[in-house]
Design a protein around this ligand. Structure first.
Ligand SMILES: [Fe+2]
Length: 384
């Protein structure tokens, strides 16, 4: 049986409303003013409230305002003795569902109450649907999250495969790509790069030598000095790499790391001879990480050097080969004391090379490439 709360300070009128409702199979509860009604409403639920406007202690509109703060569902019908537009506007604004003008007509009262009960049912159904929808959305978000983790693993897995393919061509560079990734990430983090830049750096560093796929193994593994032609071939690997990935949107943001990791700060690098800050920052970071790792590992043409010797090379190359800021970040923070060789070994032996950053989204190909004159010269420590 639908339950109605009747609020009126005049006992006769309250009785009249209560009797009219009970004779028509509604259950009623009475309150003589807004304050008492609020107390009852703390304990009980109703399908509709019928309330007078003019009451001592708390008027109908005041009651409505207080009640709407805690309950937006139970419809309220206001009984106004004043046929004034202002009162009607006021109560409707305060959140009344309907209003009736005194003297009350029983038929009109019943119609209004029944409409309100229907309205409440619809509102409740609507809330249920909304909750259902929220649950569905949440489920969907969880699914998307799960899928993107799988996608991230798959994509990063393919980067590891590509890096392994590069390194398989040159046994001396095993683990190089992953170590350059680890070192670059540490430098980028210390330079307070934002997450987006760190992601690009991480993936770009991992892929920086992808162009070596296009260089003959015999050249990569040669332990004697290279002919000019062989130098040209090896020097083409950044451009080859950029060419390989240029049409794949996922790799788009990483092109700079691939194409410009052999540019030098003084403009004497390749492929474009970019100078200073015209070299993209991420490429300048990869250049330092790349060189440091190359020096501290054995290459076909020389034995590995100590980390202190490698740091000296970085310091000597400040402002000529390397961005001095990047070198300072590496040196001042003593990154050379970290054992990247061991870290890579642990990660790769346990098959646990995982990205530190979240997956890239599709936007943003980095800034336009600056074209300057190629001017290849000293390749001392410009490790391939
Ligand atoms: Fe390279």
């Amino acid at each position: 049986m639908p339950r109605i709360l009747v609020i009126d300070d005049e006992p006769e009128l309250r009785e009249f409303v209560v009797m009219s409702l009970e004779l028509n199979n509604f259950e009623t509860v009475e309150a003589e003013n807004g304050k008492k009604a609020l107390l009852i409403l703390e304990q009980e639920d109703f399908d509709c409230i019928v309330s007078d406007v003019e009451m001592p202690e708390m008027t109908g509109p005041e009651f409505l305002k207080n009640f709407r703060d805690i309950n937006k569902i139970i419809p309220v019908i206001m009984l106004t003795g004043v046929k004034s537009l202002n009162t009607v506007v006021e109560v409707m604004k305060a959140g009344a569902q309907d209003y009736l003008v005194k003297p009350i007509n029983v038929d009109e009262l019943l119609i209004a109450v029944r409409k309100c009960i229907e309205f409440k049912k619809l509102k409740e159904q609507n809330i249920l649907l909304q909750k259902e929808n929220e649950r569905y959305q949440q489920h969907l978000e969880e699914m998307v999250e799960k899928r993107s983790v799988q996608l991230k693993d798959a994509l990063f897995g393919s980067l590891i495969i590509i890096a392994s393919a590069i390194e398989a061509k040159d046994e001396y560079t095993k683990g190089h790509s992953n170590r350059v990734r680890l070192i670059s990430l540490d430098i980028g983090t210390l330079m307070n790069l934002d997450n987006k830049q760190l992601q690009i750096l991480e993936y770009g560093a991992m892929m920086h030598d992808v162009g070596k796929i296009g260089v003959r193994d015999a050249i990569l593994n040669k332990n004697k000095s290279l002919t000019e032609e062989e130098f040209d071939s090896i020097m083409s690997h950044p451009a080859i790499g950029a060419n390989i990935v240029k049409n794949i949107s996922f790799f788009g943001p990483m092109i700079d790391c691939i194409k410009y990791h052999h540019e030098k700060f003084n403009g004497e690098g390749y492929p474009e001879g970019l100078k200073g800050e015209n070299i993209p920052l991420l490429s300048r970071i990869v250049a330092v990480a790349d060189t440091y790792d190359a020096i501290t590992t054995t290459r076909p043409y020389r034995k590995e050097k100590t980390n202190i010797e490698a740091v000296q090379v970085l310091i000597d190359g400040k402002g000529t080969q390397f961005d001095p800021v990047v070198v300072d970040v590496f040196v001042m923070n003593k990154l050379y004391e970290k054992n990247y060789i061991f870290k890579d070994k642990t990660e790769s032996e346990s098959g646990n090379i995982k990205p530190s950053t979240i997956i890239l989204d599709d936007e943003a190909i980095l800034e336009n490439f600056h074209k300057t004159k190629k001017n290849g010269e000293s390749y001392l420590y410009d490790e391939m």
